[in-house]
Design a protein around this ligand. Structure first.
Ligand code: F6R
Length: 616
């Protein structure tokens, strides 16, 4: 939800800013813009509606003077249409100051009225321009960007990361954050700011996360962080665990194709260092406290979208192995309905980005209500882990495609590690049981690689179905959240109406949707591991087939019972029932991706979406 980058140093900032924006574009692609202070001390800006390529084209057509101080922005529109006027940066102090913003300024309307009454004028419909004009007014009063920021942030309600430059202060970029992300990159004679480390990982792997309600000033040789009152605060440096090449396409046709193919590694890397001699011991959980874990009486998982489906999948494993009740809630529903929480409730948040505002707010709410909070997160230095009691990082590597794939399987892997750790601490699985499940988990990366080999079958299916208007997905038990995830992927990537249902629910209503030719994907439970459920799902297949549905079954290798009733069968390797989701989801991801490609759509940047949803 808006990408932000700032630079001061020896390099010409334009190259740094455009490179950073390219790697941040997944956060929003409604418009892009930059502001640079050139070597003569003049402020130059360029902005353009549409994807970053449009801004590049504009800069080629109308080059601006380069310089060594600058800020850049890629927008996901909230207030005001995605056009040139509403693109950032916005100007203040008679065009001598430029500001970019991520978040929502909730009280922008009364502030705008106040400024209009003072004679200020506005070019855009955005809430962000109010902050630019306000900052300009305070700069005129204080003559110092950081001091002006301190005055402005006191007036703002809502969520914001703001970065600004002023032409009278070349070599200085100032930023402030409340509830929106901002990370510092430490260079040699140059420093960086970014919404996340992808903004500057090409130049440095040393980073510092900025806490809530803090202001940062970067110059080529110094970084100063204060609270909103101007008091110095301590910061902690961390090393970025991946390099710039990890966030490049590396020869793949899309980031999504690359990330889907990386799933065996995403799971293997998430398991690494957390299983020794066949026993799951997650160091981060041991540090959090096995005694605390043993005292937990209830778990609430909070997340949104795909991450919530990872939570729904893990609920089955946590309840079975650790024998503790688990509720899975959408973060935005949880937060506003007075949930019952106590100090023996453990809240587990799941977030790839670690910045999803709905989830962040839910975590804060839960901790204030006395619950303990553990975060499952893929992004170092992100806000949600910082607001939690402990974090178990997934090591899926940077996920750039807007629709989540490899982070999903890594999240399930991390949650299964959590479940097995908890089962050991609570004594709910004996050594043999723990060893059996751990061995299943360790076998998953190779099995995902086997599923990926069926890419051609799925591609063919997608090509045949490229003019399909609606697709249904059915699943039962752990196959149910996978059906939901399959439907979500298809909506996002191919803009096709898709619904996921619990197979048992079919005859309670959804079967009315079945008409001749209706495609239905069915995630079939294993006939060995789920002997009681398998025949029921095969009966469901017969019921829809009898009404003309076109059935695509995702079934275990050797499952002969589905063959007579399915139009297409996609086989997955044998696995214990709780592990099937990690395999069954892969053909569904591939199908959505291939259908998107077949329809000529942008698979990495689907319309209207942003990867990191940092507004409520
Ligand atoms: C779907 C997708 C979204 C995210 C959701 C949560 O493909 O990517 O549904 O899963 O917005 O995002 P994070 O995990 O960053 O909190």
């Amino acid at each position: 939800m808006c990408g932000i980058v700032g630079y001061v140093g020896d390099s010409k900032s334009l190259e740094v800013l455009m490179g950073g924006l390219r790697r941040l574009e997944y956060r929003g692609y409604d418009s892009a813009g930059i502001a640079v202070i050139d070597d003569d001390g003049a402020l130059n800006t360029a902005k353009q509606a549409g994807k970053l390529a449009m801004l590049s084209g504009e800069l080629d057509a109308h080059p601006i003077n380069n310089g060594s101080t600058g800020i850049g922005h890629t927008r996901w529109a909230t207030h005001g249409a995605p056009n040139n006027e509403n693109a950032h940066p916005h100007l203040g102090d008679n065009g001598r100051l430029a500001l970019i913003h991520n978040g929502i300024i909730e009280n922008f309307s009364p502030l705008k009225d106040e400024l209009l009454a003072e004679g200020f004028t506005f070019e855009s419909e955005t809430d962000s321009e109010v902050a630019a004009v306000l900052l300009g007014r305070e700069y005129q009063r204080t003559g110092d960007l950081a001091a002006a920021f301190r005055a402005v942030v006191e007036r703002l309600d809502g969520a914001f990361t703001l970065l600004a430059v002023h032409q009278d202060q070349p070599g200085v970029v100032v930023g402030a954050r409340r509830n929106s992300p901002l990370v510092i990159g430490l260079g040699d004679g140059e420093n960086f700011l970014g919404s996340d480390v992808a903004a500057f990982v090409e130049y440095t792997r040393r980073a510092v996360a900025i806490g809530q309600d803090q202001i940062v000033t970067i110059t080529p040789d110094a970084v100063v962080v204060t609270d909103f009152a101007g008091n110095a605060v301590e910061t902690e440096e961390f090393d970025i665990a991946w390099d710039a090449s990890a966030s490049e396409k590396g020869g793949w046709s899309s980031f999504m194709a690359k990330e889907v193919s990386e799933q065996p590694d995403a799971v293997a890397n998430t398991l690494r260092g957390r299983i020794s001699d066949g026993v799951v011991v997650v160091p981060e959980l041991t540090e959090f406290g096995d005694e605390v874990l043993a005292g937990i009486r209830r778990i609430v998982i909070i997340a949104c979208g795909t991450a919530a489906y990872a939570g729904q999948t893990a609920k089955y494993a946590i309840e079975k192995w650790a024998q503790i009740p688990v509720d899975v809630e959408l973060s935005h529903e949880f937060r506003y309905r007075d949930p019952v929480l106590s100090d023996d409730t453990l809240v587990i948040s799941i977030s790839q980005s670690g910045e999803t505002m709905d989830t962040l707010m839910a975590v804060k709410y839960a901790r204030e209500a006395g619950a303990k909070a553990i975060s499952i997160c893929n992004t170092q230095g992100a806000t949600i882990p910082r607001e939690s009691d402990a974090v178990v990082y997934t090591h899926a590597g940077p996920e750039v495609a807007v629709a989540s794939t490899k982070a999903f399987v890594a999240q399930i892997a991390a949650l299964y590690l959590f479940a097995l750790h908890l089962a050991r601490v609570r004594g709910t699985l004996d050594a043999a049981g723990l060893a059996e499940q751990t061995a299943e988990l360790l076998a998953i990366p190779d099995k995902i690689a086997t599923v990926l080999e069926q890419g051609d079958t799925v591609r063919q299916l997608a090509t045949w179905m490229s003019d399909t208007r609606a697709v249904l997905f059915l699943g039962r038990h752990v196959g149910f959240p996978i059906a939901l995830e399959g439907a979500l992927k298809l909506k996002e990537l191919a803009y096709i109406h898709a619904e996921g249902f619990a197979a048992g629910e079919l005859k309670h209503g959804p079967i009315a949707l079945i008409e001749p030719g209706q495609p239905v994907f069915v995630v079939v439970p294993s006939p060995r591991g789920s002997a009681h459920l398998h025949p029921k799902v095969v009966s469901n297949i017969q019921e829809i087939r009898a009404r003309g549905a076109r059935v695509i079954a995702i079934a275990e290798q050797g499952d002969a019972a589905v063959l007579p009733f399915a139009d297409t069968v996609i086989h997955i390797p044998l696995a214990a029932p709780l592990f099937e989701p990690l395999l069954a989801v892969v053909p569904l991801q591939l199908f959505a991706m291939e259908l998107s490609v077949a329809k000529g759509l942008d698979v990495d940047q689907p319309r209207n979406l942003a990867k990191s949803v940092t507004v409520e």
